[in-house]
Design a protein around this ligand. Structure first.
Ligand code: PGA
Length: 250
């Protein structure tokens, strides 16, 4: 099994390159010397290249928060090739905050394809808007998984990472109970196993994201069945970020 993966999504939280450099330096300093997890930081696009080029270490890898699927007349878009050249090895695709801007599963699918073509690892975000007792949200998740991965060849599942992020937990005070995350992750693996190789579906890394903090991290590490976390707010608090990484050291 691959190591757990912790990815810090800085969103648009940092206001300047100076602030981004300071945050990166503080994160680097706080991280434990020995880590049992892969650590990725995803700064806003313009800060990727300057951070990457001023960092000579190996402990932290870089990710982009999004990448467009096609070159050409697309004002304002940043393609997979561009973020790769700026230093990204991972790309978050289909984050709920992008989907809320109108990004569809089909667009997510094209982005996943473009990220794979550029030989980077897509972190494909999926998650229900809300929960209902009858379990309709599972159908919503299933459709989103199938459509977001519709262009992924069977042999490529092992090259991707999924992030289960219930939309209602992003930015919330608390995540769902670990047990319920565990059940949903099992459901996601079952959904993947219907379309991909069963062993690959069991092995693919599935992260959890949404309201992860140092208060709940122990419970989530031991009980959620996740293979790491996608962090928002906690990623811009160097001490909390490091504590969350440390929680995977056993
Ligand atoms: P949060 O965000 O950790 O601030 O809840 C998670 C995310 O958006 O991935």
């Amino acid at each position: 099994m691959s190591k757990p993966l912790i990815i810090g999504n800085w969103k648009a939280y940092v206001s300047s390159l100076k602030e981004a450099k300071k945050l990166f330096k503080d994160v680097e300093k706080e991280l434990p010397r020995v880590m049992d997890a892969d650590v990725v930081v995803a700064p806003p696009h313009p800060f990727l290249y300057p951070l990457k080029t001023s960092y000579s270490g190996k402990r932290i890898a870089f990710g982009a928060q999004d990448a467009f699927f096609e070159q050409g007349a697309h004002t304002g878009e940043v393609t997979a090739g561009m973020v790769k050249d700026s230093g990204a090895r991972f790309v978050i695709v289909g984050h709920a905050e992008r989907r809320a801007q109108g990004e569809t599963d089909l667009q997510v699918a094209k982005k996943v394809g473009a990220v794979l073509d550029a030989k980077m690892t897509p972190i494909v975000c999926i998650g229900e808007q809300s929960r209902d007792r009858e379990g309709h949200y599972l159908k919503e998740l299933e459709t989103s998984i199938q459509e977001s991965l519709s262009l992924v060849e069977a042999s490529s599942l092992k090259k991707i990472v999924l992030a289960y992020e219930p939309v209602w937990a992003i930015g919330a005070p608390l995540p769902p109970p670990a047990r319920s995350i565990r059940e949903t992750i099992i459901f996601i693996r079952k959904t993947l196993a219907l379309r991909f190789d069963r062993d690959d579906a069991l092995r693919v890394r599935i992260l959890y994201g949404g309201a992860v903090s140092e208060e709940v991290v122990e419970e989530l590490v031991s009980g959620s069945g996740a293979n790491g976390f996608l962090l928002g707010r906690a990623s811009i608090d160097p001490k909390m970020f490091a504590d969350i990484v440390r929680a995977w050291n056993r």
